[in-house]
Design a protein around this ligand. Structure first.
Ligand code: ATR
Length: 281
């Protein structure tokens, strides 16, 4: 489809450092074009020391909306006018909407994760989860699961203190949070595998094929559902496939977080199938 740019073209984009490898410009552009919205979506390389000025630039240039990616997702909160409820808990934002210079930050990663999960799991609330990692991505996953009404989550992390901090920070989200989220040292993961239905890796372990495994992946059972939010078939996912498990990489989460951002900006239903098609190419 031909892209027409004129005086009324609206500008959207993504701030990251680096941003070169981002898939968002491709599938957001496809969504705008499919719905014949006169808009462009551009990658903006924003160095950490330039983030504050770049955010002022959203106002100054009347950029309609941006996604925010690594390493700005937490830092950006200092420079916006308002943050939505999920951002308060997750402590990070991936989407900003600009309404006449008033910037509101959202986090669509939790929504993205849950919508992706629904593709392979119809009933979420009655399952037991193992979530590995306690960084920003983990917080989004946990927020989504708690909102779905999940009753048991083993939260494994190398630095156990960070798991305790999440439980503390989520105490206003659910008053039974201390019963729901159970901190687990990374070394003890194998003890808890028999108690869980779904295993989720939110750490960066697996990005590099030479990474040391998080636990003995041979202990995974066929009944486990295994998810890695990395956008490739990691060693964890390869083992899950070998064992005959249902498994999922990070692409569905990426797709649905983008779809939600699109809906926040435009008020229109995102053409998810079109976005998925281009993402898979
Ligand atoms: P993100 O925003 O992607 O979640 P992050 O906030 O930097 O990134 O969190 C990274 C997560 O990966 C953390 O849980 C981190 O564990 P620590 O809290 O102990 O640092 C985890 N992680 C990174 N490298 C790891 C490794 N080699 N082994 C185990 N966990 C690792």
């Amino acid at each position: 489809m031909k892209l027409f740019i004129n005086g009324k073209t609206e500008v959207y984009g993504i701030f990251g450092y680096p941003v070169k490898h981002s898939k968002s410009p491709v599938f957001q552009t496809a969504a705008f074009q499919h719905l014949k919205i006169n808009a462009v979506y551009l990658p903006f390389t924003v160095k950490p020391e330039d983030l504050e000025r770049a955010v002022y630039g959203i106002r100054a240039l009347s950029i309609k909306g941006v996604n925010i990616t690594v390493p700005h997702k937490e830092e950006v909160l200092k420079y916006v006018n308002e943050v939505s409820e999920e951002v308060k808990y997750i402590g990070a934002a991936n989407t900003i909407k600009n309404v006449d210079g008033y910037l509101k930050a959202y986090n669509t990663d939790a929504y993205g994760f849950i919508e992706g999960l629904r593709e392979i799991l119809a009933q979420i609330h009655n399952k037991r989860f193992l979530v590995i990692g306690a960084g920003g991505a983990s917080r989004a996953v946990l927020y989504g699961l708690i909102k779905e009404g999940v009753q048991k989550i083993y939260l494994a992390n190398r630095t156990l203190k960070k798991a305790h901090e999440i439980i503390q920070d989520f105490s206003n989200l659910n008053r039974f949070i201390k019963d729901i989220i159970v901190p687990v040292p990374l070394n003890d993961i194998e003890t808890f595998l028999k108690d869980v239905d779904v295993i989720i890796n939110t750490t960066s372990v697996g990005l590099n094929d030479k990474d040391k495994p998080l636990f003995d992946y041979d202990k995974i059972e066929k009944r486990h559902i295994v998810i890695d939010i990395i956008y490739k078939k990691t060693a964890l996912l390869k083992k899950a496939e070998e064992k005959g498990c249902l498994w999922q990489d990070g692409l569905p989460m990426l797709l649905y977080q983008g779809a939600k951002a699109f809906e926040i900006w435009t008020g229109k239903k995102a053409p998810v199938d079109i976005m998925r098609e281009i993402l898979l190419k």
